[in-house]
Design a protein around this ligand. Structure first.
Ligand code: F6P
Length: 327
């Protein structure tokens, strides 16, 4: 156990995710528990450059475990991507005697933390917070479970109108480079087809799936498309399908940022609480440039370089399940 860490800075960075507040609360309260001072950096790395800091205590994080978004704001900072920006950030940390950072965010945010560590030797631990679930080193990222449930509720509602009007709906869900949300909400909503970047899709197989469904007596269908799908955007796919099947009544819904908001689910609050505590305990144990994650129910620390480089693998069995059940 090290006493070297006396003052920790915590920030949320990149896209907000439900459960970030619960993670912040866990970091702040475990710092207090272990007698470490804690300072929140508002607005991610940009806030760090601008010295937007607030001293935190156990009571500063009351009533936030249940709230979506992030009360300390987040940002994607262009300035921090430059060497000069990082020099400014390091000076702010030195001036405020901050010994280590906890960064709650996705792989872009971890890349920033790693650079700061490599160039200025500032210890940091990452906590995976993104709805995309695309980070290696943890079975689930904070926000993913809530986003799944939000997207699923929306698709269920779309199904009502699809069924009533005998329509084919193309629904785009989030996931910049990853199909976790699409694949899982697709299965859970009974989608006819699911298009994700991890799988090589073709218009022919999409058309075939819709044709088989139509011939088997289905009067409506839902196609869930990940925003990262390589075959094309949801509007292009809908257009191509309409040209092929002129009789189909086709509609498009892009769920967008609605998936990032809302109260975090129980699973996300528990995950965030565990990882926030693990981050502070990791720093106390002298860990550095690692990400705290949970694999098979246990807290694990993965080198940040690995967490950034590798990607969470999609379970290919789920793709087969989706195909079998779309019959
Ligand atoms: O990384 C999380 C995510 O929600 C992606 O799924 C999406 O592509 C992106 O962020 C959208 O980011 P922005 O906040 O810049 O619109």
């Amino acid at each position: 156990m090290t006493d070297a860490i006396k003052r920790v800075g915590v920030m949320t960075s990149g896209g907000d995710a439900p459960g970030m507040n619960a993670a912040l609360r866990a970091v702040v309260r475990s710092c207090e528990y272990y007698g470490i001072e804690c300072v929140a950096i508002r607005g991610g790395y940009q806030g760090l450059i601008e010295e937007d800091l607030i001293t935190m205590g156990a009571r500063s994080v009351k009533n936030i475990i249940n709230r979506g978004g992030t009360v300390i704001k987040t940002a994607r900072s262009k300035e921090f991507r430059t060497e000069e920006g990082r020099v400014k950030a390091a000076k702010v940390l030195e001036k405020n005697k901050i010994d280590a950072l906890v960064v709650i965010g996705g792989d872009g945010s971890f890349t920033g933390g790693l650079k700061l560590y490599e160039e200025h030797n500032i210890p940091f631990i990452g906590v995976p917070g993104t709805i995309d679930n695309d980070i290696f080193g943890t079975d689930f990222t904070i926000g993913y479970d809530t986003a799944l449930n939000t997207a699923l509720q929306c698709i269920d509602k779309i199904r009502d109108t699809a069924t009533s009007h005998n329509r084919v709906f193309f629904v785009e869900v989030m996931g910049r480079d990853a199909g976790f949300i699409a694949l899982n909400t697709g299965i859970a909503s009974g989608a006819q087809d699911i298009l994700i970047p991890e799988q090589k899709d073709s218009l022919e197989s999409l058309f075939k799936s819709l044709e088989v469904s139509h011939k088997s007596g289905k009067t409506s269908s839902i196609v869930v498309v990940s925003e990262g799908e390589e075959l094309g955007g949801v509007y292009d796919l809908a257009k191509a399908t309409q040209e092929k099947f002129i009789d189909y009544d086709i509609r498009v819904t892009v769920l967008g940022h609605v998936q990032r908001g809302g109260d975090p689910s129980c699973a996300d609050r528990v995950l965030a609480s565990r990882l926030g505590v693990a981050a502070v305990e990791g720093l106390r144990e002298g860990r550095n440039a690692v990400m705290a994650g949970i694999r098979s129910g246990k807290v694990v620390y993965t080198p940040i370089a690995e967490a950034i480089k590798k990607h969470n693998e999609i379970d290919l069995e789920l793709i087969k399940i989706a195909e079998i059940l779309a019959i």
